[in-house]
Design a protein around this ligand. Structure first.
Ligand code: NOJ
Ligand code: MG
Length: 557
């Protein structure tokens, strides 16, 4: 009797170890994006910093998050607020030091958070020493960036860019260098020259940088602007002009004026992502540490996006961001539009991979401003209950709105390069404002006299403290969602979706064994009575409301 008991115990331990090694920490992960300039300022200079972030990691943990992604914190002259790196191995001085970074890693470990860094491989800052050396044509650095001679315009007999390629931040993507007497390619600002991935030395350097941060204990990377890593080169080394897109939303200086067939989505780009995946997997294997995650930023059409997951022989990123919620849907979208969009990703995704849903980020209008504050909870319910990873931008848990910023105060380079009339659609400043912790000075973000962007007016009521103290709030709903999400019916459950009530209601069932949950989302503008037994069989037991949006009038329980 005694003996067999012992044997059973041992077997039990073994089997639980086996499941531990099978599941990765990031499966169905819940991710949170911190914009370091705006999360928490520890030293009163009005700019967020690493010590500030460290002091608020408990908050992120309390939200129920698994992985926290920091927008770039590496050394930068900040012409694109960190997406222009001048030293990939150092911390930006306004944010702190490498030792502050080590402290964040240690604190994450201590409280059970996984730290993810933003890796910006497509371009560096023009202040990076590689660029300075390349501009001087120093030996070994000649081809670190993409240099070409200008063409001579036959009519005016003056030098013009080698191709018609346009910058995402508008105007030509080529800039003349007096020093080198050639032009270099920059997809973003002229202060963000594109690195040349056809140079094996660049590839080696970038891999060494990934390893450098892995050795510091990070749990993975969000990789910036991935589709533009490679440009198509002709056999003779030249580039071709891109054809026009005839997209009527774009003027002749806009990136979207052209079909970006030579500057995006090249086959070599997918291969580089597969190589990086192998690098992080090998690192974990060799060092016997947790698996690392790679999430890539791509707004490519879905069929191209799917290639980032990998091919028949190579694994790729764990997922390419799914921006459909951000880019495709408007106030006029119906429940059916949501269902179609969501199921398209679920169906097209290669088997055995992870779906993901992005509700907001530092580049796009906040969802509450775009689609209505009253729908804020609805989107958080959607995000937290769909199969796959959820990615929340700081402030979405409070259902924050954009903070209006005048043309005079605008500092985002994209907006500054655009006509004043387009401020509202272009500027990214309104979604990058300081995080509202409470209703005190500067929303509790900073003790300084001025913050780098204004905090706005709404923080007096929309802040963490107020939403913690309220009987019910967006924050409390968010926390209930992240909690239930960890249960098997959400973690591994099946998905079964339906449209009801003349296209106003989107409902789905998540089920694992006998455990299930039904999600009911009203995209319409009026109250609806929903007959669930019409669509779901075997609903015999009495259902209980786990959580609902603030406006729905439902009481939980
Ligand atoms: C995408 C980033 O999200 C954006 O903020 C940045 O300006 C560009 N990539 C260039 O790095
Ligand atoms: Mg500071």
């Amino acid at each position: 009797m005694h003996h067999s008991n012992k044997i059973i115990k041992v077997l039990f331990v073994l089997s639980s170890l086996a499941t531990l090694t099978l599941a990765d920490w990031f499966d169905n992960g819940n991710f949170y994006q911190i914009y370091p300039r705006s999360f928490k300022d520890s030293d009163g200079d009005g700019i967020g910093d690493l010590k500030g972030i460290k002091s608020k990691l408990q908050y992120v943990k309390y939200l129920g998050i698994d992985g926290v992604w920091l927008s770039p914190i590496m050394k930068s002259p900040m012409y694109d607020f960190g997406y222009d790196i001048s030293d990939y191995r150092d911390i930006h001085s306004e944010y702190g030091t490498l030792s502050d970074f080590d402290d964040i890693v240690a604190e994450c470990k201590r409280i059970g958070l996984h730290l993810i860094l933003d890796f910006v491989p497509n371009h560096s800052s023009h202040e990076h020493e590689w660029f300075k050396k390349s501009e001087r044509n120093e030996s070994g650095f000649e081809d670190f960036y993409i240099w070409r001679n200008p063409k001579i315009d036959e009519v005016s007999n003056t030098p013009v860019p080698p191709t018609n390629w346009l910058s995402v931040f508008r105007y030509s993507a080529w800039r003349w260098s007096e020093i080198r007497q050639q032009m270099y390619y920059h997809l973003f600002q002229d202060k963000q020259p594109d690195l040349n991935y056809r140079n094996p030395q660049v590839v080696t350097e970038m891999k060494a940088i990934l390893t450098y941060w892995l050795e510091k204990g990070v749990s993975g990377f969000r990789i910036d602007s991935i589709p533009s890593l490679f440009e198509k080169v002709e056999a003779d080394g030249s580039f071709l002009d891109e054809p026009r897109s005839y997209n009527t939303d774009c003027d002749a200086h806009d990136h979207c004026y052209l079909k970006n067939i030579y500057t995006e989505d090249q086959p070599e780009t997918y291969d580089m992502v597969y190589q990086w995946r192998k690098l992080v997997d090998d690192y974990s294997k060799v060092n016997n540490v947790e698996r690392k995650i790679l999430m890539v930023e791509s707004a490519a059409p879905i069929d191209l996006n799917m290639k980032y997951y990998g091919n028949s022989t190579m694994e790729g990123a764990h997922f390419p961001f799914n921006f459909d919620l951000l880019l495709k849907l408007t106030k006029n979208s119906s429940a059916t539009d949501y269902k179609i969009m969501i199921e398209e990703w679920l169906n097209k995704m290669p088997k055995g991979h992870m779906a993901n849903w992005v509700l907001g980020n530092h580049d796009r209008s906040r969802i509450a401003t775009r689609l209505g504050v009253e729908k804020g909870d609805l989107f958080n319910i959607l995000l937290q209950t769909l199969p796959g990873a959820a990615i929340t931008y700081q402030g979405e848990e409070l259902v924050m709105e954009n903070v209006p910023i005048s043309w005079e105060d605008t500092i985002d380079p994209l907006a500054c390069n655009s006509p004043k009339e387009e401020l509202d659609i272009r500027s990214r400043d309104p979604v990058r404002t300081p995080f509202p912790w409470d209703d005190t000075k500067n929303a509790g973000f900073s003790t300084g006299n001025k913050t780098w962007l204004p905090v706005g007016e709404k923080y007096k009521t929309v802040n963490v403290k107020a939403q913690e103290e309220a009987i019910n709030s967006h924050l409390k709903i968010f926390r209930k969602l992240t909690k239930i999400r960890k249960e098997a019916r959400f973690k591994n459950g099946t998905y079964d979706g339906h449209i009801l009530n003349n296209g106003n209601i989107y409902s789905y069932k998540r089920q694992n064994g006998n455990e299930f949950a039904i999600i009911i989302l009203n995209f319409g503008t009026t109250d609806e009575i929903v007959n669930l037994s019409e669509i779901y069989s075997n609903i015999t037991s009495h259902l209980k409301v786990y959580t609902s949006s603030l406006e729905s009038g439902f009481k939980d329980g």
